[in-house]
Design a protein around this ligand. Structure first.
Ligand SMILES: Nc1ncnc2c1ncn2[C@@H]1O[C@H](COP(=O)(O)OP(=O)(O)OP(=O)(O)O)[C@@H](O)[C@H]1O
Ligand SMILES: [Mg+2]
Length: 397
């Protein structure tokens, strides 16, 4: 506590006696002694507004502890003045005690206040800490939710990929078996036809003509050729399907994206409605290192949207490939109704769909974007003034 604290402090005259009190004191002491009394401070100067004492006045010290705080002075016998000073000491002592008690009380209040302030500071700090903690918890929860969301999408995507892949691989496998024996049977049939044609010389010409065997053998050859064509076509579709089913191949491969897209379109072509025209406009592309099955899935998602856009009224879906330097762009365009302005910013949001309940999961473009991003590329949607939608997939070669 400062110099003013404690019981051991020395008071000054102004602290215990105001100038007005001093005037009253002079009046009372004057009445007792029968002469004017003056109060002087410790240095001997007149204290208050009273008149100065006569030159021959006696002085008596005003003492509370040891040192005189000041004096009273009057032209009277010194012993009488000393008695009055003694009397005054009681009053001053009482005042000094009162001051001490009130000082102590003030000190205690100040100490309490300081402690409260400290506690307040501490509370503020801990509140800030809790706030920070709450904020970081909030951020963590959001982060975790995002991770879970992401995982869920990946799972969904993996499932979708796996089921499409399995289906395609299964179908390809099932067709391949009968295709094998049809193929070898056709070869045998061709041989037999040649053997039978050799009978021409052994049969009488009349008989030969009567049965129109010239036509039969010629047509037989045509039929076999057509059948062989059909088998070849089926074999090609199976190959495409197999290429498509490479979705379950987790390894990166160097591919020709045009060939990859062609095999995807071959699969899609068979399923689309007759009112939809599928046009391709491919230009040579640099080789692309990618996960072919995953990219297939991305393109399929975008293609499905384009086909759905022109499904109701018929229309054209154009798949165009271009390469500028090391950048490959695959554009999938449709001349459907386009995407409304308020829908456009949300099409990549997971589970966002404008299709009816059960008709769309709203994951198509999300999955496509994730896959393209994983390949270091991006998807840009363009809404031409002429109408329709163009989805550009940009990939670094
Ligand atoms: N080519 C397009 N033309 C018009 N609208 C489109 C086109 N492509 C996407 N959209 C809009 O974007 C939304 C989101 O597409 P996304 O492929 O992510 O989900 P979805 O097609 O609704 O469902 P899912 O593909 O999972 O079956 C669609 O509901 C549709 O409103
Ligand atoms: Mg879709």
């Amino acid at each position: 506590m400062g110099a003013e604290g404690g019981f051991d402090r020395d008071f000054t005259l102004p602290e215990l006696l105001s100038p007005r009190d001093a005037a009253e004191l002079c009046a009372v002491a004057g009445a007792v002694l029968g002469v004017p009394v003056a109060v002087l401070d410790a240095a001997g100067a007149v204290y208050g507004d009273g008149p100065p004492p006569p030159a021959d006045a006696a002085r008596a010290p005003l003492v509370v502890e040891l040192e005189p705080l000041g004096f009273i002075a009057a032209a009277c016998p010194p012993p009488a003045l000393a008695e009055v000073a003694r009397l005054l000491r009681w009053g001053l002592l009482a005042r000094a005690r009162l001051r001490m008690v009130s000082d102590l009380h003030l000190e205690a209040v100040r100490a309490d206040y300081a402690r409260l302030q400290q506690q307040n500071e501490a509370l503020k700090i801990s509140e800030a800490k809790y706030r920070e903690l709450a904020a970081s918890l909030d951020a963590k929860v959001r982060e975790q939710t995002q991770i879970i969301d992401e995982r869920q999408r990946q799972l969904y995507q993996a499932e979708r990929l796996a089921s499409i892949g399995q289906l395609a691989a299964g179908v390809a496998h099932e067709i391949n078996n009968p295709l094998g024996f049809i193929n070898s049977n056709l070869s045998a049939a061709e041989r037999y036809r040649e053997q039978l044609a050799g009978l021409r010389d052994a049969l009488p010409a009349v008989e030969w003509q009567a049965r129109d065997l010239d036509f039969v053998f010629a047509d037989f050859a045509d039929l076999l050729r057509d059948a062989r064509d059909g088998v070849d076509r089926i074999a090609r579709i199976v190959r495409d399907l197999k290429g498509f089913s490479s979705v379950d191949q987790p390894e990166e491969q160097v591919v020709d994206l045009n060939a990859q897209l062609a095999s995807l379109l071959a699969v899609v072509n068979g399923q689309k409605k007759a009112t939809i025209r599928l046009v391709t406009d491919f230009q040579p592309l640099p080789k692309l290192m990618c996960l072919p099955g995953h990219l297939n899935q991305a393109f399929l998602c975008i293609l499905q949207n384009a086909l759905q856009a022109v499904e109701a009224a018929g229309g054209t879906v154009t798949v165009r490939t271009r390469a500028v330097g090391e950048q490959i762009t695959v554009s999938i365009a449709d001349d459907g109704p386009g995407i409304p302005e308020d829908v456009l910013p949300r099409v990549f949001d997971p589970f966002f769909t404008t299709r009816g309940v059960g008709a769309g999961t709203g994951l198509g473009l999300t999955v496509a974007r994730d896959i393209v991003l994983a390949h270091g590329g991006r998807i840009v949607i363009d809404l031409p003034l002429a109408g329709g939608t163009v989805v550009n997939v940009e990939l670094p070669a």
